[in-house]
Design a protein around this ligand. Structure first.
Ligand code: PEP
Ligand code: MN
Length: 345
């Protein structure tokens, strides 16, 4: 359950926490301006709701039976909007993020950024701390890459998103990026989730490649209960027995998460398929399934990419896809803004 308190005194809060402890319920406290939100988890039978409701300082008690509380639809029936610069996720418009898997050089990123913006992307992606399966693969340009990413983003006028893989680099990535990505491999890196919860920047939380939807939402709950509710979820495919694609893009997850959770959900058809030719069809399927946006890998020369070339679109193919997606968004009753346009919602 969630217990809402309006400007409680220390004594009122302590009394509530003691009571929760007596009932064997684990409490987490989230301060939102004047309001104190206490998220209590445990055996539902011991949630003496009316008792808590009568305690002084308590405004309202919302019984929530799912293990994730703050990110649950029960807690917040309306869709949450998450803003990155002038881009709003979770509103009427679908938002397309594009860019290379990794920042490789200023020239590579600039060329990509100019072209994807022209085609209608509203944000630029680029990894600089790369979580690679092999220690011998390109690991990313790290701080130098972040400098390039920020400079290019500012020069073309697109907010930027970049992955953070380690609690120790959250500060530096937050200094340069407008949104921080937690990748599939780190979805249950709890130290990283706790650290990212303490910064005031939007987070793109990808689904772990072997994570259930509940585990994914619990990862989001870590960030929320730590104080950061600016979370966009990203379905990027899960590991199954099927070897024809890099991952199995679980589009069921989009409507399932929308039912369970109030946060925006986007889809990554690049990692979800692993093949550039499949990116178009699965982008369309994702929008049809109700995704609030897409994150798509684009490289000016995919054959020469230092990572994920096989799944990267060329700028020309991306431009073509965007034309098709705009028509589809219209049919679905969802607009698609061009990069730099403001969403007046
Ligand atoms: C990426 O976005 O480049 C990436 C590594 O994604 P994922 O964590 O989904 O594999
Ligand atoms: Mn990639």
């Amino acid at each position: 359950m969630i217990i809402l308190m309006n400007a409680p005194t220390g004594e009122q809060l302590n009394r509530l926490l003691e009571k929760l402890q007596q009932h064997g319920l684990a409490a987490q406290i989230l301060q939102q301006g004047e309001n104190t939100i206490v998220s209590a988890a445990g055996d539902a039978h011991h949630c003496h709701i009316d008792l808590y409701e009568r305690m002084t300082g308590v405004d309202r008690v919302i019984p929530i039976l799912t293990p994730f509380k703050l990110v649950s639809r029960e807690f917040c029936p309306q869709n949450t909007k998450v803003q990155v610069g002038n881009v709003v996720f979770g509103g009427e418009s679908v938002q397309i993020i594009a860019g290379p898997c990794a920042v490789e050089s200023y020239e590579q990123l600039y060329e990509t950024a100019v072209s994807v913006k022209k085609s209608g992307a509203v944000m630029l992606r680029g990894g600089t701390y790369k979580p690679r399966t092999s220690p011998y693969s390109f690991q990313g340009l790290e701080k130098e890459g972040l400098e390039i990413l920020q400079a290019v983003g500012q020069s073309v006028g697109l907010p930027v998103v970049s992955e953070v893989t380690d609690p120790r680099t959250v500060g530096i990535v937050a200094q340069y990026a407008d949104m921080l990505q937690i990748g599939a491999r780190n979805m249950q890196n709890f130290a990283l989730l706790k650290e990212i919860a303490t910064i005031n920047k939007p987070v793109l939380l990808k689904r772990g490649n072997s994570a259930t939807i509940e585990e994914w939402l619990m990862a989001a709950e870590y960030i929320a209960v730590g104080g950061n509710l600016q979370i966009v979820l990203c379905e990027r495919g899960i590991r199954t027995f099927e070897p024809s694609t890099r991952n199995t893009l679980d589009l069921n997850a989009v409507p399932v998460v929308k039912q369970l959770c109030h946060l925006p959900v986007i889809v990554d058809p690049s990692h979800g398929t692993g093949h550039w030719k499949l990116v178009g069809p699965m982008s369309k399927a994702a929008l049809a399934a109700g995704a609030d946006g897409l994150i798509i890998e684009v490289h000016p020369h995919p054959d020469e990419a230092l990572s994920d070339g096989a799944q990267s679109l060329t700028p020309v193919n991306f431009a073509q896809l965007m034309t098709e997606l705009r028509a589809l968004a219209d049919v679905l009753g969802r607009s698609m803004l061009m990069g730099g346009e403001t969403d007046h919602e």
